[in-house]
Design a protein around this ligand. Structure first.
Ligand code: GCW
Length: 685
């Protein structure tokens, strides 16, 4: 198998003899207690990993054999006392957690992989294999792990014609010519990758649910959906579908989809029954309603709570949930109208409905108020909903961050978001505590993200974009992990242990977000991209459009006034002291200045530079930094297989071209607008 296809599950043979000996003594005999499809996967993964890394076929015992050097099972099935363990310990571990511990049993070193549930066992196996991949010692291990977030999800934006909305790595792995694919191998490999980083939920079709996809919840497709759900279930992953709010009309033959209509209620109830008949542990629905021309409750004069609740009621008897997206805004705005502010929209729509959603509804909120820009403040809805389940939506797909042509390691961005203190309940109300459910004791909570994979041989187009998928899973399992740790871990399991290589790639990854920010839209203003496909610069591309995404640059200055006094008042959606911090020019952080304020080009930033000079400097610097990335990567020739080396080299060339285009268009645009020359007299056109 190509290394690029295997991603971080290559399980390369371990050549160090001493290490091998050490590992082998633990891995000769494996005892598995219990039976389930998930335990079956766990054992399969373990055998595969051991065969591949250590060249051994362990003897498998179906019971707690005394000879075994690895003992795996759930805490309820194993005789804990024999290992000196107390079942109390497992009260502290959540359903998907586990214990890994080395003990001495009759003078023999034994490794325990004990899950709270069979999912925990699977995660413990992945953890053990990762330890081998990282060449860690197995002596005296003791890990007690529980995932911090409850729902750890990916959203596929795959269409049934096999196109992927905002997909930058080929076609869908799920669909083929308006059918669900029967080629399950790739889906199984995807499930393995996802479970190895702790993902436990997936929605398999685009949130924009078009005509044919609307029928995924009918008998025409459900048997095939069930096959996919079977694959994911075996890896501890629940399957969800995105649905069309107008389904009762489009596939139900009703004349309305009004959520308060009794026929509509009945229709959804029956539909839920039908789906659960095919997939007994179906996750539920993901819903994009009244958003970007998709149908929703507004058509009937109803609100989002009415809309979500009719679905929630239908799913409730079966344990299903509704994930209702808050990406709701006016996408037919008049650019002349300065009073409407897209950034306000999610809060304005959903805050007044807090408390009105049933308890099996989760509101899914994008990390920022606009749309996955390279720099945005966090959405003020986080913390503002006290009585409603909510989850975060990130985008692993790099729609606005280089489309997997440019390098942009997103873990540092996600970390900043998760660490942000909302002050919703005073200091210490970080976003991570809202999405892990602890701040408001939410019944359901978690994090989801738009996936970045397709049927490209290496899954993600850009080989280094694999780091985003890996980092996403690992980070949402444990948000305390640092960007540095995650970068290094991914490099080791992907490219091996050469210390020069690790340092080079780590630096590349960790610098890449700021590099991308440097050569694109400045100081949090966002957009300036080519309309529709969103790659490359077009400063005024969206300036006179309906989308509500403006920078308001004129000859004197730039930025969006979102202050309370003279602007749209958006800053007021935050809790104090964030509200005041953003609202005042003096305290607003430089990197978000133009998101909150309209300032003259001569305004001096905290950095001491004027805005215009900052624009010039960062854009020249960004391109130079991309040249630095190319240089760093070129030094790795010979240390990486040809295929992956060339893939990244080619992408970096594309990035350089893109960065230069951004630099020259942005600098030239602002020079022409402002008439202010670059202090260093560099080439501006
Ligand atoms: O910004 C937009 C993207 C759309 C996407 C939408 C959304 C799936 O450009 O492609 O539609 O966000 O999140 O619903």
């Amino acid at each position: 198998m190509e290394k690029s296809y295997a991603c971080w599950l290559q399980y390369d043979r371990i050549n160090d003899r001493n290490l091998c000996e050490d590992y082998r003594k633990f891995c000769q005999e494996v005892a598995v207690k219990g039976e389930s499809v998930i335990l079956h996967s766990a054992l399969k993964e373990l055998k595969n990993g051991l065969r591949s890394m250590l060249d051994i076929e362990p003897i498998i015992y179906k019971d707690e054999a005394m000879e075994a050097s690895i003992i795996m099972g759930t805490y309820e099935q194993l005789h804990l006392q024999e290992y000196g363990l107390d079942s109390q310990l497992f009260q502290k571990i959540n359903e998907e957690g586990y214990l890994i511990k080395t003990i001495k049993k009759k003078e023999k070193e034994t490794l325990l992989l004990i899950g709270k549930s069979d999912k925990g066992v699977l995660y413990a196996v992945h953890h053990l294999l990762r330890l081998l991949q990282l060449r860690e010692s197995l002596n005296q291990l003791e890990f007690i792990e529980s995932p911090k977030n409850q729902i750890r999800m990916l959203n596929q934006w795959d269409n049934i014609d096999a196109s992927v909305e905002r997909g930058y790595s080929g076609q869908s792995i799920f669909y083929d010519h308006n059918k669900i694919t029967q080629n399950h191998k790739r889906i199984r490999d995807y499930a393995r990758l996802l479970s190895s980083v702790g993902i436990n939920a997936i929605s398999i079709n685009n949130v924009n649910v078009w005509k044919v996809e609307t029928k995924l919840i009918t008998h025409e497709f459900l048997a095939d959906v069930a096959k996919i759900a079977d694959i994911f279930r075996a890896y501890g992953i629940k399957t969800f579908l995105s649905i069309n709010f107008a389904s009762p009309i489009e596939i139900g033959g009703l004349s309305t989809a009004d959520p308060l209509d009794n026929e509509v209620k009945k229709w959804w109830k029956n539909k839920a029954g039908e789906i659960f008949g095919y997939i007994p542990d179906f996750g539920g629905f993901v819903v994009k309603a009244d958003s970007e021309h998709r149908p929703g409750p507004f058509s009937y004069g109803r609100d989002h709570a009415d809309g979500a609740n009719v679905l929630a009621q239908a799913l409730k008897p079966f344990g299903g949930i509704v994930i209702w997206r808050c990406f709701v805004y006016n996408c037919l705005q008049d650019w002349r109208d300065r009073s409407t502010d897209r950034a306000r929209a999610a809060y304005d729509h959903f805050k007044p409905l807090d408390g009105q959603f049933l308890d099996n509804v989760i509101l899914q909120v994008k990390n920022g108020p606009m749309d996955f820009q390279v720099r945005e403040p966090v959405s003020p809805l986080f913390g503002a909903l006290e009585k409603t389940n909510q989850m975060m939506e990130f985008q692993v797909a790099q729609e606005y961050t280089g489309q997997q042509k440019d390098l942009c390691f997103l873990v540092p961005l996600w970390k900043e978001v998760l660490e942000f203190d909302t002050y919703a309940h005073g200091q210490g109300s970080a976003i991570k505590k809202i999405v892990d459910g602890s701040l408001y004791n939410a019944k359901f909570s978690g994090i989801c993200a738009v996936s970045n994979i397709g049927d490209d041989a290496n899954w993600t187009g850009h080989t280094l974009a694999q780091a985003n998928l890996y980092g996403y899973g690992r980070l949402i399992w444990n948000p305390e992990l640092t960007s540095e740790e995650l970068a290094e871990e991914w490099i080791r399991v992907t490219f091996g242990h050469d210390s020069f290589l690790i340092e080079q790639i780590k630096q590349m990854l960790l610098d890449s977000w700021s590099i991308y920010e440097n050569y694109t839209a400045p100081l949090g203003v966002g957009w300036m991209v080519n309309p529709h496909h969103h790659y490359g610069p077009s400063i005024d591309g969206y300036e006179y459009s309906v989308w509500g995404t403006y920078h308001f640059a004129d000859r004197d200055g730039i930025g969006v006034d979102r202050t309370l006094e003279t602007g749209t008042g958006y800053a007021g959606q935050y809790f104090s002291p964030n509200k005041e911090m953003y609202n005042a020019l003096e305290s607003c952080p430089d990197e978000l200045l133009l998101f909150f304020h309209h300032v003259p080009y001569t305004h001096r930033l905290k950095s001491g530079k004027t805005v215009i000079q900052h624009i010039y400097d960062t854009h020249f610097k960004g391109v130079a930094q991309v040249e630095g990335l190319i240089e760093k990567w070129s030094q790795l020739q010979g240390k990486i297989d040809e295929e992956r080396f060339t893939n990244v080299s080619n992408r970096l060339q594309l990035q350089l071209k893109n960065a230069k285009e951004w630099r020259d268009q942005v600098n030239t645009y602002f020079y022409r607008k402002s008439g202010i020359a670059d202090e260093e007299n560099r080439a501006i056109y």
